[in-house]
Design a protein around this ligand. Structure first.
Ligand SMILES: [Zn+2]
Ligand SMILES: [Zn+2]
Length: 426
């Protein structure tokens, strides 16, 4: 079955071959298919088996690259549903790679869920709260794993709907910022036409999905500045040089980078978060330094911040007669979806969830690394939205079971749509 898409005055209209554009909506009760104005999406049910899976995964969280029990559990679930589990080439041996071959040839894509937890002591008071002391799924990765398993079970039973191959990538160590890079280094995503990921988002209600072409998550920089002076007796400052006044001046001056150089229409942050220097009250130290982070959504802004930051540090150091080194580690790019894939997938979403605007997050996400190898598609899936809810990484965070169905339906419908979009472009 081929699908075609046509861009009509800023909205997409799609239709199945043989179906006329403008067909009356038909919903077959008890069927998994909905045909509405020629757009067909799949609907999934989250039964007690999947709720139990979610609760088990939540109760036994594991830290990045130590997800042994989690990986075994996922692999067993996949095999139990007749899904092939590939050998794992990662050094940690954690993470799981499943594969579903469609009945017809076509492109190769991956559906990715991250599987690690955080070193947080759970205070959620859920009946299925963490049994692993000091470790918690405070970022809701238990929801990601469960919704991808739900999607995988459905896809494995509907191979006739698939033209191509779908990899199920249960990725370790997202919270360490190292899992995606390990997957790339191991060659797991080589040759893929696209990769699809989700993150639950407690700022949206269950049933709401945000996907689109705008930047979703911030690019992240870690900076470190070290100041080198002569040091001297505190009572004889004229006998040497010191770093303290220069450090204070630099910290205040870098706050002018955003306010005086960036367009007010782009979110941009420079935060100084650590200061080091001096350990004796009557000695002017020779060394001092500070660290912090910059967050940006547009590459040009990130480059502008680096240029201004280096200029302020160098000029201030010179003004105080000392020297300074800047370490600028631009370790994560902004997360932005492939434009064509995001537009195509977003136009299907209203058939199974409420399509919402993207509220970008200042947090980072290592999913952006896959842009080195393939086209990206990412979505925020509502997981709470109640007044006063706790955010991701909070010991009180609660992600609701209601996230699972929209997330699983997103994985399935986005996979089928992306396979068709990629095939059309080949
Ligand atoms: Zn997180
Ligand atoms: Zn997360």
């Amino acid at each position: 079955m081929r699908w075609a898409a046509r861009h009509v005055s800023s909205s997409f209209v799609c239709w199945m071959d043989g179906a006329r554009n403008g067909d009356i909506a038909i919903m077959r009760v008890g069927s998994t298919r909905l045909r509405k104005r020629g757009i067909m999406v799949e609907h999934l049910t989250i039964g007690p088996e999947l709720i139990d899976i979610r609760r088990h995964l939540h109760a036994y969280p594991e830290l990045g690259f130590h997800e042994e029990h989690t990986s075994q559990f996922i692999a067993d679930q996949l095999r139990g549903h007749g899904i092939v589990v590939l050998a794992n080439p990662l050094p940690s041996k954690t993470g799981v790679i499943g594969l579903i071959e469609g009945e017809r040839p076509g492109p190769a894509i991956a559906l990715r869920a991250d599987i690690d937890a955080l070193p947080v002591a759970e205070r959620s008071e859920l009946e299925y709260a963490s049994h692993n002391e000091g470790v918690m799924h405070a970022c809701g990765h238990d929801l990601h794993m469960t919704s991808l398993l739900a999607a995988a079970f459905w896809l494995a039973e509907h191979r006739e709907r698939i033209s191509g191959r779908i990899m199920l990538l249960f990725q370790p160590a997202e919270e360490l910022g190292e899992g995606a890079l390990a997957v790339i280094k191991a060659g797991i995503v080589d040759g893929l036409d696209a990769i699809i990921g989700t993150h639950n988002n407690p700022d949206y209600l269950p049933g709401q999905i945000a996907v689109g072409t705008e930047p979703m998550m911030a690019g992240c920089v870690k900076f470190a500045v070290r100041l080198h002076a002569q040091g001297t007796h505190a009572g004889y400052p004229h006998m040497g040089t010191g770093p303290i006044e220069a450090l204070a001046s630099m910290i205040l001056s870098v706050q002018s980078i955003v306010s005086r150089n960036a367009t007010p229409f782009h979110p941009l942050v420079v935060s100084v978060t650590e200061i080091h220097g001096g350990d004796v009250w009557n000695v002017v130290p020779a060394e001092a330094g500070f660290l912090g982070t910059a967050r940006y959504f547009y590459k040009d802004d990130g480059q502008m911040v680096e240029r201004c930051f280096r200029r302020i540090v160098a000029a201030t150091a010179e003004a105080y007669g000392i020297t300074a080194d800047v370490e600028w580690d631009d370790f994560a790019d902004p997360l932005v979806c492939d434009t064509a894939l995001a537009a195509a997938v977003a136009q299907d979403v209203p058939q199974y969830a409420s399509l919402e605007p993207i509220h970008p997050s200042m947090a980072g996400e290592d999913f952006c690394e896959y842009a080195q190898r393939t086209r990206l598609l990412f979505a925020f899936i509502g997981s709470n939205g109640a007044p006063g809810h706790y955010g991701l990484h909070s010991p009180h965070f609660v992600g609701l079971d209601g996230e699972l169905q929209p997330a699983a339906e997103f994985y399935v419908n986005a996979a089928l749509r992306v396979l068709k979009e990629c095939a059309a472009g080949q």
